[in-house]
Design a protein around this ligand. Structure first.
Ligand SMILES: [Zn+2]
Length: 337
């Protein structure tokens, strides 16, 4: 059964040259606004013919590195710099970003678990559907900026996936490296089915994702890496002129080949991580201790590394619950793909 057209309408003309700032308007009817709309900011910068790049942040609402870098870019990118078209959506899940939360306060929706979406679904599913059927088909390359949000802190990396089409995989990997973060990675997804990534890749487009810090904030360092990376991405794919600027230290390549990279808590309590992000870890080494907070004098439960590598991600809050990811250990490799 064919789906009806998206209920979302854009206030910008995606085919017009110049810089336009507007909204993707999603009609909703609530107690506060009977004939209201969710207003998702969008900027289009177009200059003649050429490729189209879609730059997205705020797929998760508490990942501020991408949101902040793209908000800044919307005010600085000039049409005469661009060859082709750059579409910028700094906060894909605007209701979540406004609330400072990973998921939407309107329906509990996790946008990056809601693809391909549904024009007749809830607000989050309608946003996903609009990207799947309207924005992604317009573009050639997509950069989706993630970071750890409030509950994780992650080393900065550009990432791509193993794909069936070798040329598509090669282009995505080159894009991930050219982002110019200190690390580049081939990602293993715990559950890829409903990701934005999968929708973009299945339409044959080049998709690059990132992780760039976390903790529900940004730092001067994480923002500098993000802004440089967005700039590098646009240069690498021919949208703007310039030279890709790589880190001074050689980029470290990481692989996350399977689920054993993820260390998940089987206890609730107070978390002590014995390693910092980027530290080298040997298989069997103690990486974390979890203390029973209900009584003193109890020895902690120790968590050991299931593999050797570097600490690529860690839980950010000091309290941990059953099932939370405590740590992610990535393998250092000589080459990717
Ligand atoms: Zn995210």
């Amino acid at each position: 059964m064919s789906k009806r057209p998206s209920p979302i309408s854009a206030t910008v003309d995606f085919d017009a040259d110049g810089v336009q700032h507007g909204f993707l308007k999603l009609p909703i009817s609530t107690d506060d606004s009977a004939w209201g709309a969710v207003m998702i900011p969008v900027t289009v910068v177009k200059n003649g013919d050429g490729p189209t790049a879609l730059l997205t942040g705020g797929n998760h609402g508490d990942e501020y590195e991408g949101i902040t870098a793209l908000m800044k870019l919307t005010s600085s990118l000039r049409a005469e710099e661009v060859h082709g078209r750059v579409i910028i959506v700094p906060m894909m899940n605007t209701p979540a970003a406004m609330a400072g939360t990973r998921t939407s306060p309107m329906d509990g929706g996790n946008l990056n678990r809601s693809f391909p979406g549904d024009p007749d679904g809830n607000v989050t599913q309608k946003i996903a559907d609009y990207f799947t059927r309207v924005l992604v088909p317009m573009c050639d390359v997509v950069l989706d900026l993630h970071s750890g949000g409030r509950t994780l802190d992650i080393i900065p990396f550009g990432a791509s996936h193993v794909l069936e089409n070798p040329e598509q995989q090669r282009q995505a990997l080159e894009g991930a490296k050219s982002f110019g973060a200190p690390y580049a990675m081939m990602m293993f997804e715990l559950d890829a089915a409903a990701l934005f990534d999968t929708v973009v890749e299945s339409q044959g487009k080049v998709f690059v994702a990132t992780e760039l810090g976390g903790g529900g904030t940004s730092t001067p360092e994480s923002l500098a890496i993000t802004e440089r990376g967005v700039h590098n991405f646009l240069i690498h794919f021919g949208l703007i002129d310039g030279e890709v600027e790589m880190p001074t230290e050689p980029q470290v390549y990481l692989d996350m080949p399977d689920a054993s990279c993820y260390v998940q808590s089987e206890h609730s309590g107070l978390l002590e991580l014995t390693l910092a992000l980027g530290d080298v870890v040997e298989k069997g080494e103690v990486i974390a201790r979890v203390y029973d907070m209900t009584r003193s004098g109890t020895p902690p439960v120790e968590y050991r590394a299931g593999r050797s590598g570097v600490l690529a991600a860690r839980r950010f809050p000091a309290q941990v619950h059953m099932g939370d990811t405590i740590a992610v250990i990535a393998e250092v490799v000589d080459s990717l793909g």
